[in-house]
Design a protein around this ligand. Structure first.
Ligand code: GLN
Length: 496
């Protein structure tokens, strides 16, 4: 006999009465994956409602400290019951009833979407992003919207207008950014999966700092319709999850050509395997934490043992990636944020006339990092500087892409660390934006080249007696996500 859900420890949701003994049946959130949860849901071991409430209980318990969620939704039960109906009707998809957290930059119709900015604090989305529509069609349960750096500008989550997120592994440290809330929520079992966005590392870096898997798909693989634009030519939506397989399941659900996003494509690049992995060793010579480098070298050994050759490759233009990125990003940010004028939506501050309305609204609505990028971007796009900075950055972007294309003629994938350091301390880099930007050195190149990259947990390094996760980054040619999944799974299996 199965007793109804109990309150209390969310991991001890059900009690089974078995030969007069009461055996607690645990929902083992720590070891749950999408596939396992799906099997349990279909078998009836637990319901979508029980599953959602187990995660919700964990979210409610941990969030006051971690601040991963900006909102935990009040209609979780209704969503979960609808999923249970579908499961009972035998119409379950792999994602039916799977709890998701959504970065607060992706629109869900009728719900607040703030971009973690004061300027959109009370803005309600009037339509679903295409990725949300696809997840709704699959029957997922949305648990809430996650904290992030304001409009995805940042790498530590300290630029949120609603307070920083703390790293669940060490609360004195950042979870990474900008999708830090999504990564922290998965890491602390406050959701089974999450969506983030990655413009220069915002999925992979927090995934690495929090010890979860994060995939930045090929530019164009996933629709950006209904996702607040940060840097339209680089932004991509992708999953944060517990395993590579989970990331693959989510990617396969959200990907595909969308008539509402003219940059989206349906493609699947298959390539004969060469069993060669490229590593740009030259880039790893300086500016990287010793323990992180050691961890990376140990990860390469895993592949050597599996018969892969590690090839030292040259990506000569990669060293310009950050310079290029921090010209292109502010340029597009300055034009993409022009829509927040206090008239169309969001915050409105009354000034003495219309221009003053704009100035007052934007001055009060945007945080310092967003204002910094708007100013830099306006500068690099202005007459006289456009050619010197912006056009030149676009040309170097092409050369960086060409370097990768050349390298991929000889290798299946390229590997490097995700970040040069493990999670840093809250406040450590806030006084010096350049030091914050330097943390993006290994993630930005894949965005500039438009190619897919995944962060897979590769163990921990010790800091102040705490084990801090780090990630291995695997980068593949455009639309060859399958290569990432295959190599990522091999890595995971070797570590079991
Ligand atoms: N840290 C990078 C930045 O500040 C990446 C942000 C992102 O990928 N959205 O721009």
């Amino acid at each position: 006999m199965v007793w109804p859900a109990q309150t209390g420890d969310p991991r001890t949701l059900k009690f089974i009465f078995n030969h007069e003994t009461i055996i607690p049946l645990m929902i083992d959130l720590k070891n749950l994956t999408i596939k396992k949860a799906h099997e349990h849901l279909v078998k009836g071991d637990f319901s979508a409602l029980e599953l959602a409430n187990a995660y919700k209980a964990e979210a409610v318990k941990r969030n006051p400290e971690i601040n991963a969620y900006l909102e935990i939704f009040s209609d979780i039960d209704e969503q979960a019951k609808a999923a249970d109906d579908r499961i009972k009707a035998g119409k379950a998809d792999m994602l039916t009833g799977i709890p998701f957290a959504i970065k607060d930059i992706i629109l869900i119709k009728g719900r607040i979407a703030s971009g973690a900015s004061k300027i959109l604090e009370n803005y309600r989305a009037t339509y679903d992003a295409t990725v949300i529509k696809k997840l709704k069609d699959a029957g997922v349960v949305f648990l809430g919207r996650t904290n992030m750096d304001e409009f995805a500008m940042g790498g530590s989550n300290e630029n949120s207008a609603f307070g920083p997120v703390k790293n669940p592994h060490d609360t004195s440290r950042v979870p990474g950014g900008s999708s830090g809330g999504s990564a922290a929520a998965v890491a602390m079992d406050a959701t089974l999966a999450a969506l983030g966005t990655d413009t220069g590392g915002s999925i992979r870096e927090p995934a690495s700092f929090c010890g979860v898997v994060g995939l930045k798909p090929t530019y164009g693989a996933v629709s950006r319709f209904g996702v607040m634009a940060m840097t339209s030519s680089l932004d991509q939506v992708g999953p944060l999850a517990k395993t590579v397989e989970d990331a693959e399941i989510i990617f396969n659900t959200i990907k595909g050509r969308d008539p509402m996003d003219s940059t989206s494509f349906e493609m699947n690049e298959t390539r004969p395997e060469k069993k060669v992995i490229g590593v740009p060793f030259d880039i790893l010579k300086e500016g990287i934490d010793k323990d992180v480098l050691e961890n990376f070298n140990a990860s390469l050994e895993v592949y050597k043992k599996q018969g892969y050759t590690i090839k030292d490759i040259d990506l000569p233009m990669m060293k310009y990636s950050l310079a290029v990125y921090y010209v292109i990003v502010p340029a597009e940010v300055s034009s993409n944020t022009a829509r927040y004028d206090g008239v169309k939506y969001g915050l409105h501050v009354d000034g003495k006339d219309l221009p003053d309305d704009y100035l007052s609204t934007r001055a009060q609505g945007f945080g310092p990092e967003v204002r910094r990028r708007i100013m830099l971007g306006t500068y690099v796009l202005s007459q006289g500087y456009y050619d010197a900075y912006y056009s030149k950055a676009l040309k170097v972007k092409k050369l960086i892409t060409a370097d990768f294309n050349k390298a991929f003629q000889e290798v299946d994938a390229i590997m490097m660390p995700v970040s040069p350091t493990p999670a840093f301390k809250i406040g450590e880099k806030t006084a010096d934006p350049i030091s914050m930007y330097l943390a993006d050195i290994f993630t930005v190149p894949a965005n500039l080249a438009g190619i897919p990259a995944i962060s897979v947990p590769s163990g921990t390094v010790n800091r102040d007696g705490k084990a801090l996760p780090v990630g291995l980054q695997i980068i593949a040619p455009a639309f060859a996500e399958q290569v990432l999944f295959d190599l990522g799974k091999k890595f995971e299996q070797s570590r079991l």
